[in-house]
Design a protein around this ligand. Sequence first.
Ligand SMILES: NC(=O)c1ccc[n+]([C@@H]2O[C@H](COP(=O)([O-])OP(=O)(O)OC[C@H]3O[C@@H](n4cnc5c(N)ncnc54)[C@H](OP(=O)(O)O)[C@@H]3O)[C@@H](O)[C@H]2O)c1
Length: 176
Amino acid sequence: MKMEGEEMRKPIRLIGAACSRMGIGKNGQLPWNLPKEFQFFLDTITTVSTPGKKNLVVWGRISWFSCPEAVPPHAHYLCHDFSSAVRLVSHAPLSHIVENIWVLGGSEVYRGGLEHPWCDCIYLTEIMADFDCDVFFPEFDHEVFRKQTGFPGVPDDIHEENGIRFQFQVYKKIAN
Ligand SMILES: NC(=O)c1ccc[n+]([C@@H]2O[C@H](COP(=O)([O-])OP(=O)(O)OC[C@H]3O[C@@H](n4cnc5c(N)ncnc54)[C@H](OP(=O)(O)O)[C@@H]3O)[C@@H](O)[C@H]2O)c1
C-alpha cells in the first residue's frame, strides 16, 4: 500500500480481558458473560478527547464475526496486515479524523499491536477465575509494560458479575 503525505503518529492501545491462565476465547466466542465488563470495553474504545474525532478499532476476522453487536455503524476497512491498518489512519485523509487506535484482538492482532513502536498501553481486565480456552493473550514484558494504579477513567476496585470476580488493569509502557 502506497501512502502519500505526512505521517501522523497515533497512540496504539490494546484492550481485552483474560482469565487467570491468560485465556481469552473458546470456539470463537468469549468464555464468559460479563455485561458490565463488556460495557467498560465499549465505553473505552469509543471515548475521544476531541469532539468530532473517532477511534479506529482493529480486530481479527473471527472476533469481528463473533461480536457484530459491538460494531457501531461507521466506516469499515479490510487490511491485510497490522501495519497497513496503522498506515491507513496515520496518513490523510483519515489521519485528521482518527484519534486513537484500539486493538481488540484476537491473539495475532494483539501481537501486532504489542510489537508496534506506537503501542503505549494495554487495558487487560483480569478475570479472577480459570476458564477452558483455546486462544490466549500474548506474553508481554512486565518490565516494559508496568501495571498502573489509579489510572484515569479506570476503576481500581474488584467487580463481580454472575459469580465471577474481575478487575480492570492498565499496563503502561515505560519511556525508553
Ligand atoms: N477476551 C477478549 O478480550 C477477547 C478479545 C478478542 C477476541 N477474543 C476471542 O478470541 C477468539 C478469536 O481470536 P483468534 O486469535 O482466534 O482470531 P482473530 O484474531 O479474531 O481472527 C483471526 C483471523 O483474523 C485475520 N487476521 C489475524 N491477524 C491478522 C493480521 N495481522 N492481518 C490481517 N488479518 C489478520 C485472519 O483472517 P483470514 O484467515 O481471513 O486471513 C485470521 O485468520 C474468539 O474466541 C474471541 O471471542 C477475546
